[in-house]
Design a protein around this ligand. Structure first.
Ligand code: CAO
Length: 438
């Protein structure tokens, strides 16, 4: 007698009510064990619910747009005669196989454990427990593509983990899959382990409680998003950091004077840095650029991203058209975006369109650091705390207020000499603000 098996949504980690965005099978269709039945897409990941057995789809309960949680019934499957053969009395749940992350910023932070859905009311006997291969779930190893592209790749028998995505954030497009197939047919794709990809080993799984008391708390949404972006940018961009110092003795006298004249706003060194950065971007246009495949897109606008520290993590709102704004207007805008960031009121639009980022830790301390480039920008300026230092003026040591600058740049776009010229020019501008008029 053939057996009816219920396919249910497996453990979704912390997610619930995840929408069905794609049905992958029809009633009457024969499916293989682990074949995707439908696709769920949360704001973190796109995932397929696999068939727990080989057999025939008798009924599909889930519909497009349904919001499913762990244990929800998806379909009933009649086990094929061959698959129904002697089954151990084990009870198991289907295991979620993530098919692609919806955005690089939202890759799963840790391997998702296989577990029996808590709400499974009628657990189905399966031929065997399907244990997950956690290594497939390690962030960075999960292909990043839309469901339509995954269906396309599946039809062509293409393993998406071998395909390099050309879209923003490394997302794989249909064209990338086509190119991959063409290159494969032409014998142009290097084999696994032949130098392509990062080939990272899985993240260490450690039971820290073995070594002492621990507690655990979830990462904030901002930390998860920024962490994934930082990891990608760090891994994909060849970073070099150039260090320099600017004599801001005169600038600081002027800054304090401005502050006394404009008591309604705090005038910090950061607004002078924004103006000096704009001057640098104008003089060295390759710094105001983004890589687009083999092309360099050069921007004629000057929007500066400012890294803002908030209790939930780092965000980078963008101040637009900094070339057209004065120091006081910039001070007001800086204050406004900092408040907006800390009150979690920034919108996506507030954080888009940046040309160059400034990360200032000067209010806190430090002598230098190596900031991570905010892709698709090609450089970022880190600013540390100014200090009065004895500087040799040719005749004697004189006390000068020196501001440390740390410029990380994408070495694919910017040469070391250009980076040294850029920071030296910024230092000149900061030392003598009249240069902004030249
Ligand atoms: N050297 C010495 N003092 C500095 C300075 C510098 N480079 N930069 C700022 N200061 C002073 C300011 O003048 C201010 O002094 P007063 O309190 O006496 O007026 C004080 O430090 C605090 O400044 P601030 O931090 O409030 O203002 P800001 O304009 O310098 O920076 C903002 C604004 C939003 C960028 C900042 O608050 C912030 O969030 N910085 C952190 C950014 C960050 O986390 N970057 C790391 C990214 S990599 O992980």
């Amino acid at each position: 007698m053939s057996e009816l098996i219920e396919a249910r949504v497996p453990d979704l980690g912390s997610d619930s009510g995840v929408p069905v965005i794609e049905l992958l099978v029809n009633v009457g269709e024969t499916v293989k064990k682990d074949q995707g039945l439908l696709t769920l897409e949360s704001d973190k990941a796109t995932m397929e619910v696999p068939s727990p057995v080989s057999g025939e789809i008798i009924e599909i309960i889930a519909k497009l747009g349904d919001e499913l949680s762990a244990g929800d019934l998806v379909a009933r499957i009649k086990v094929s005669a061959s698959a129904a053969a002697p089954a151990p009395a084990a009870v198991a749940a289907p295991v979620l196989a993530p098919a692609s992350v919806a955005a690089p910023a939202a890759a799963p932070q840790a391997p998702i454990p296989a577990s029996t859905p808590a709400t499974t009311s009628a657990p189905a006997p399966l031929a065997a427990v399907h244990a997950p291969d956690n290594s497939e779930l390690v962030p960075g190893k999960v292909p990043y593509a839309s469901p339509a592209v995954r269906v396309f790749a599946r039809e062509l028998g293409v393993d998406l983990s071998q395909v390099k995505g050309s879209e923003r954030g490394g997302r794989i497009s249909k064209e990338d899959v086509q190119q991959f197939v063409k290159a494969t047919l032409a014998g142009g794709v290097p084999s696994a382990g032949g130098g392509s990809g990062l080939n990272l080993i899985p993240w260490p799984q450690v039971d820290f409680s073995k070594f002492g008391p621990v507690s655990s708390e979830p990462l904030s949404r901002i930390k998860k998003l920024s962490g994934a972006n930082l990891a990608r940018n760090w891994a994909m961009i060849p970073h070099v950091t150039q260090f320099d110092e600017a004599d801001i003795t005169e600038m600081d006298v002027f800054r304090k004077k401005l502050g006394e004249e404009h008591k309604d706003v705090k005038v910090t060194p950061l607004v002078f840095l924004i103006k000096a950065a704009v001057a640098g971007l104008k003089k060295f246009p390759n710094f105001n650029a983004s890589l687009d495949g083999d092309n360099l897109v050069l921007k004629q606008y000057f929007h500066i991203g400012i890294a803002v520290d908030t209790p939930d993590g780092l965000v980078v709102p963008v101040i637009r058209d900094c070339d057209k704004k004065g120091l006081i207007e910039l001070s007001h805008e800086l204050a406004a975006i900092s408040v907006k960031a800390r009150e979690k009121k920034l919108t996506g639009a507030d954080m888009q369109g940046g040309c160059f980022t400034i990360s200032s830790l000067g209010g806190i301390g430090g002598t230098a650091f190596t900031p991570i480039i905010n892709a698709p920008e090609v450089a970022i300026l880190g600013v540390s705390k100014s200090q009065t230092k004895p500087v040799w003026n040719g005749a004697e040591f004189a006390p000068k207020l020196m501001l440390p600058l740390s410029l990380s740049y994408d070495h694919r776009v910017i040469d070391g000499a250009a980076a040294a010229r850029f920071t030296a020019y910024m230092a000149q501008v900061l030392a003598d603000l009249r240069r902004l008029l030249v």
